[in-house]
Ligand binder design. Structure first.
Ligand code: GLY
Length: 363
């Protein structure tokens, strides 16, 4: 097990533990748990019983003051109404500013519970326990919390670091193949944005991860999560550049997700968003054909199923990307790539070029 302590620039110290088969987390962080008067475990209704049992093994000491709140499945959890329901539940059970939320689940659970933690009594401590591969390498780390609004992803939210993030790859043992494949969309992203050693780790593990290989999953989570935490500690609020690279593929990806009514899994949407960015990078002349072929081979290795759920409506796509919060007032803004690790933001790209990338990405 690896333990990371890192301090983020603008807010409180936040810690992370990454590894496989942990137990009794409160014994490792006694201060955080001893000071909590009440603890609420938040999971999704779609979580298997084994998830709750494993979460209770991780946090055994908290049983006496333990409350349990279940959110609707996946993205349907991410509404202002659900955040309000969770806050009302906490209030009804007498939760105070000394209480603690433990969010155990995929990215939708950690996004929503983290958001509720950030607004309940103007902020209480929370622990992020991502239980899917995707959430362990991205969504469950870094303190971006959010709900969806008006059919668009993550429109209202906060930066609110968990006091602790726990990534235990034992949760991944029973993960369905579709979930693993979705996570590899984010995994491939790290091979494109990160340093050469990280790209090597990803390439070495990619096919094994798709078969659920435990060592490959643990090695990937340790490498990618540690890299993400490094970027977050440099640029917590996504303002100065390092953290923005984590958004590679996400502008088009979020639009694809929205255009599927959230039926396209996030990681698959990101993988298609990465392909979109690769095509757009090549069409603008930034990315040479050879480099395109190399990088695109990583996306092809995922053998994505057809994105039937995404409606081929280019006008809607343009509308969504223009209103993306990452557009910062431009008509559109995308992160393009010149070579591995060298990304460049480009604004107001020509719609004809975007249409080619749109069609190529959804092929
Ligand atoms: N998922 C991108 C970020 O956390 O910044």
């Amino acid at each position: 097990m690896k333990t990371f302590n890192f301090t983020v620039r603008t807010s409180k110290e936040t810690r992370a533990v990454l590894g496989r088969g942990m137990a009794n987390i409160p014994a490792l962080f006694p201060g955080l748990f001893r000071s909590a008067d009440k603890i609420c475990l938040v999971t999704g209704t779609d979580a298997p019983n084994s998830l709750r049992a494993r979460a209770l093994e991780l946090f055994p000491e908290s049983r006496q003051r333990h409350f349990y709140f279940r959110l609707p499945p996946s993205e349907t959890a991410k509404t202002l109404e659900q955040a309000g329901k969770l806050c009302a539940f906490l209030f009804d059970k007498g939760f105070s500013r000394n209480s603690l939320i433990i969010a155990a689940g995929g990215g939708a659970v950690t996004d929503l519970a983290g958001f509720a933690a950030s607004i309940y009594m103007r902020g209480i401590n929370w622990v992020s326990v991502p239980t899917t591969f995707l959430a362990q390498i991205d969504a469950g780390l870094g303190g971006k919390t959010a709900v969806n609004l008006a059919g668009a992803k993550n429109i209202a939210g906060t930066f609110y670091q968990p006091a602790l993030a726990v990534c235990d790859t034992a949760f991944l043992d029973s993960l369905p193949h579709a979930e693993l494949r979705s996570g590899t969309g984010e995994l491939v992203k790290y091979a494109m944005i990160g340093p050469v050693e990280l790209a090597r780790t990803v390439k070495k593990n990619l096919s094994k991860v798709l078969t659920g290989d435990k060592a490959a999953l643990t090695s990937s989570v340790s490498a990618c999560a540690a890299y993400k935490l490094k970027l977050v500690s440099k640029d917590e609020r996504d303002e100065t550049g390092p953290r923005e690279t984590l958004n590679f593929g996400h502008t088009a990806g979020h639009a694809f997700e929205a255009m599927s009514g959230s039926r396209l899994p996030h990681g698959e949407a990101v993988a298609r968003g990465i392909r979109f960015a690769l095509i757009a990078s090549m069409k603008t002349g930034l990315l040479k054909r050879e480099a395109f072929t190399d990088l695109n081979a990583l996306v092809s290795a995922l053998r994505l199923p057809p994105a039937r759920a995404v409606r081929r409506d280019f006008r809607r796509f343009l509308g969504l990307v223009s209103r993306d919060k990452k557009a910062r007032g431009a008509n559109n803004r995308f992160l393009l790539i010149q070579s591995r690790g060298r990304l460049k933001a480009a604004e107001n790209l020509d719609p004809a070029l975007l249409k080619e990338a749109f069609e190529g990405a959804l092929k």
